[in-house]
Design a binder for this molecule. Structure first.
Ligand code: SAM
Length: 287
């Protein structure tokens, strides 16, 4: 099903160089522009997000459209948000045969995504699929999750280290505040690794594709989610300290903290990385 088009392949490096030269385009490091040139990766990503004729896909940062084409070959509709104004003319050429793709110019961190999804996709079920610009991986993922967008899953390419952190098991060294935040909203899994040589230009790190399957209901009950996340951030902000010390920065006395920690059975010597999400929720509820 992949690349069912008569246009040249968008993973062919000499074709890409020719295309970009004709459009006077130079890669911007600042915008995280590393385009995928490994032909096996985009079809796998498009399959993994579950795109089908009835569904919609929201892509972030289509670049020259290599993943967009694969998504368009499977989904009913694809909407792709691109910040770099030099790329829509390139995309008009590379996606000329795809009539189910719409490019939206703008910054994915500023656009009202809930409104965009409602306007563009109506009743379709929607997945997010993207090779993310690495300089804003976590802000994008947290924005997508925290705004509780009506999306089924977020299937994205991220730096390998980010994948390890986002999909870490609680209680391990890789786990951080973002791990627990992701867990609250989604089930996270690493699908496959992608070497740095799969990109043009090649970045100095390897990558991985992860899938966050969005939960319909959170796995635990925090009466005040914002407080729970403040506690998680404060705890991991000084992860070598005991929670009794690190949570002092939130203004709680040691007595209050000790009493609150006793409720979910957290010992006074515990550090943030030793707590489960359920225990953080219980601690927030007790405070
Ligand atoms: N999808 C293409 C591919 O896989 O070859 C390009 C991926 S490249 C890693 C990231 C893309 O995101 C670039 O096209 C870049 O211009 C775009 N981008 C960077 N920051 C953005 C933002 N804030 N909002 C939307 N797009 C952005």
């Amino acid at each position: 099903m992949s690349d069912n088009t008569t246009s040249p392949r968008l993973t062919d490096i000499s074709h890409i160089r020719d295309l970009l030269e004709r459009h006077g385009f130079h890669f911007s490091k600042k915008l995280g522009q590393n385009f995928l040139v490994n032909p096996s990766v985009c079809p796998r990503m498009a399959e993994a997000c579950g795109a089908n004729a009835d569904s919609g896909v929201l892509e972030i940062g289509p670049g020259i459209g290599v993943l967009t084409r694969e998504l368009a070959a499977r989904a009913g509709k694809v909407v792709a948000i691109e910040l770099d104004d030099r790329l829509p003319p390139v995309l008009a050429e590379t996606l000329a045969e795809q009539d189910n793709v719409e490019i939206v110019s703008g910054d994915c961190l500023k656009i009202d995504l809930a409104r965009l999804i409602a306007e563009k996709f109506g009743d379709r079920s929607v997945a997010v699929c993207a090779n993310l610009p690495y300089y804003i991986t976590s802000p994008i993922i947290m924005r997508l999750l925290e705004s509780r967008l009506p999306v089924t899953n977020i299937t994205v390419m991220v730096q390998k280290e980010a994948a390890q952190r986002l999909c870490a098991k609680p209680g391990t060294r890789e786990a951080g505040a973002v791990t627990l935040a992701v867990q609250y909203y989604a089930e996270a899994e690493t699908l496959f690794s992608v070497s740095r040589g799969s990109f043009l230009p090649a970045p100095n790190v390897d990558s991985a594709v992860i899938r966050l399957t969005v939960r319909q209901t959170p796995p635990c009950k925090a009466r005040d989610e914002a407080l729970m996340f403040r506690i998680i951030r404060a705890g991991f902000g000084q992860r070598r300290k005991t929670l009794l010390n690190s949570l002092g920065t939130l203004g709680y006395s040691k007595d209050v903290l000790t009493a609150a920690m006793a409720a979910p059975g957290v010992p006074p010597t515990a550090r943030a990385e030793q707590l489960t999400l359920e225990q953080f929720a219980a601690l927030a509820n007790a405070l």
